[in-house]
Design a protein around this ligand. Structure first.
Ligand code: ASP
Length: 584
């Protein structure tokens, strides 16, 4: 038996007990006549004591030579500590060691294995197994486990079946590039790794599985924007014989359960907002509603007043910054510089101070009198003491810019409290989205999403206006889940492929299997998928998903610990009938 107890469980009730512990040496303090060693495992830290009077000379010497991260096993007696440590559960006791076994020596770790380490991110990623010994990482992995357990408990109890779907498949259109895997046995042919199990879960519905879920890896070969991972985990779900309302209820239930079980927070009904309203009020399809600062559209009150910039703009829109009138001129100038940064891209910003005495002072006083500015305040909901920030220009661009400003100001004002949780559903997304690069419409969610009833015809005349039975679940300004009611008949599905610019041959080659399946009695179905990594990090009150993934990749998509991706040797290449064609 390696251990009778773990390093986190002994306390005063165990005094005089003989115990065996095993773990890593966190640190030791050598006073010459007495040596204390902190022994660490996953469960905590227990103090060991060796002293001249009670410990043999040999063992004393061994104890003095223990290095950090040595793996040891000790036998000894639990005794009361002279000076107690109220900060840890084992702080009342220590182990008077009678037997010391060095199980493995350790090189000096490249960074300190402490909560606050001296190791930078790159180093910690290279030695991730050492990083995982640290509480912050370890606790995040345990937290992730708790979340996934609760997901499994809840969905199983609701009658969902977890089914695994294959990884070596064919392209799934989730809008990213595929990772491909060459097939040795099928010369010149490739598998694609799933961007999601979308088509398989739909086939499971045709197969009668009715309520499916899977905690599953998905793979998308995208340029890695901050905090994206090329392989990530979804809680993927699908249901048959349901309406949109059933899906929303089922997964609102799951989210409510998670918030309650892992955060102790009870939230009643989740609010819902139309996609169009989210864009109008927050400039964003994943609004953070932990705070207000809703947009006020000012076209009616700010145009036709000799101010050319506003007159020529498609949209003039503002927000009220609570207490913003206290900003100095310099601070406002800095804010203007902030919106003009290329990442935000505004050309400028107009502002209006709402003075405590009810008067207004704007940066465009030449064009607007007090009555005009009072209207701005009314539309943006600004009160005395606030600052109104106004941007203008192309509707979509200006909304994105003001949304960025809204989030930035909320951050600065401390309104994005990680302990507060504000979920909401964003409903009725457009079916299609215009892609500037290819000058074509693309499915906004994916091509299996059904249009709203009666809107199929509109595809011919005004494709951009067609709304979909598609919904996102948003939490604190992040999309944590998204899904749709699917098309479940062959005709509509072929029509959709047609509108999306697939030739019938292309559609058949890529998705013939799905359309075939639709001919054999496909039930009405729909579903959604949660991004597990993001969900866990938000519930954990932290920003980066990497911190909740045991072995993440860096921003260049590399695993720096195992050094992947890496070249393969010529034999492997020739087995796969591949030749590299790389320009050096
Ligand atoms: N497959 C979709 C996604 O990965 C989710 C869904 O529609 O269920 O976003």
């Amino acid at each position: 038996m390696y251990r009778s107890h773990n390093c986190g469980e002994l306390n005063a009730s165990h005094i005089n007990k003989e115990v065996t512990l095993a773990g890593w040496v966190q640190k030791s303090r050598d006073k010459g006549f007495i040596v204390w060693v902190d022994l660490r495992d996953r469960y905590g830290i227990t103090q060991l004591v060796f002293d001249e009077e009670r410990t043999s000379k040999d063992m004393m010497e061994q104890a003095q030579n223990l290095g950090r991260e040595f793996v040891i096993q000790v036998k000894g007696t639990v005794i009361e500590r002279a000076s107690k440590n109220p900060n840890i559960p084992t702080g009342d006791i220590e182990i008077l060691v009678s037997e010391l076994n060095i199980l493995n020596e350790a090189k000096l770790p490249p960074f300190t294995i402490e909560d606050k380490t001296d190791g930078g991110e790159d180093l910690r990623m290279k030695y991730r197994y050492l990083d995982i010994r640290r509480n912050p990482v370890k606790n995040n992995l345990i937290f992730r486990h708790k979340v996934t357990q609760e997901v499994r408990n809840y969905l199983s109890q609701e009658g969902f079946i977890e089914v695994e779907t294959p990884y070596l498949i064919k392209s799934t259109p989730e809008g990213a590039r595929d990772f491909v895997v060459p097939s040795r046995m099928n010369e010149g042919q490739f598998y694609a790794l799933p961007q999601s199990p979308q088509t398989f879960k739909q086939l499971l519905m045709v197969g009668g599985m009715d309520k499916y879920f899977q905690i599953v890896k998905c793979f998308r070969d995208e340029d890695l924007r901050a905090d994206r991972q090329p392989e990530f985990t979804q809680i993927d779900c699908e249901m048959a014989f349901i309406e949109q309302e059933d899906i929303l209820n089922a997964f609102e239930g799951l989210t409510r359960h998670l918030l309650k079980e892992v955060k102790g927070i009870e939230i009643d009904k989740f609010p819902r907002i139309q996609y169009d309203d989210a864009m109008r009020l927050y400039g964003n399809d994943k609004p953070d509603i932990r705070f207000g600062m809703e947009f006020g559209e000012l076209n009616d009150v700010a145009q036709h007043k000799d101010f050319g910039v506003f007159n020529s703009a498609e949209l003039v829109v503002g927000i009220a910054v609570p207490g913003g009138n206290s900003y100095t001129r310099k601070e406002i100038d800095k804010l203007i510089d902030w919106v003009k940064r290329p990442q935000v891209g505004a050309l400028g910003m107009v502002y209006c101070r709402c003075n405590e005495d009810g008067t207004f002072k704007s940066s465009v006083d030449k064009f607007y009198d007090q009555d005009d500015l009072a209207k701005w305040a009314e539309v943006t909901g600004a009160k005395a003491g606030d600052l109104i920030c106004v941007l203008s220009g192309d509707k979509n661009k200006v909304r994105a810019q003001l949304s960025a400003l809204r989030m930035e100001l909320a951050e600065r004002l401390g309104l994005r409290n990680p302990d507060e949780f504000a979920p909401l559903w964003v409903m009725d997304f457009p079916l299609l989205e215009w892609d500037e690069d290819t000058e074509r419409y693309h499915a906004m969610h994916h091509p299996f999403t059904s249009p709203k009833p009666g809107q199929l015809e509109l595809l011919k005349t005004d494709p951009g206006a067609v709304k979909a039975n598609a919904y996102d679940l948003v939490l604190n300004g992040n999309e944590i889940g998204g899904g749709s009611i699917r098309i479940h008949d062959k005709e509509t599905q072929s029509l959709m492929f047609d509108y999306l610019g697939f030739t019938p041959e292309e559609a058949k080659a890529q998705f013939g299997f799905l359309m075939d399946a639709f001919q054999y009695g496909a039930p009405p179905h729909g579903g959604l998928a949660f991004g597990l990594d993001r969900l866990v990090s938000i519930l954990g009150g932290q920003e980066t998903i990497r911190d909740f993934i045991a072995f993440p990749k860096n921003n260049a998509g590399r695993d720096v610990m195992i050094d992947a991706p890496a070249p393969i040797d010529d034999t492997q290449l020739s087995e796969l009938n591949l030749k590299l064609n790389i320009n050096q």
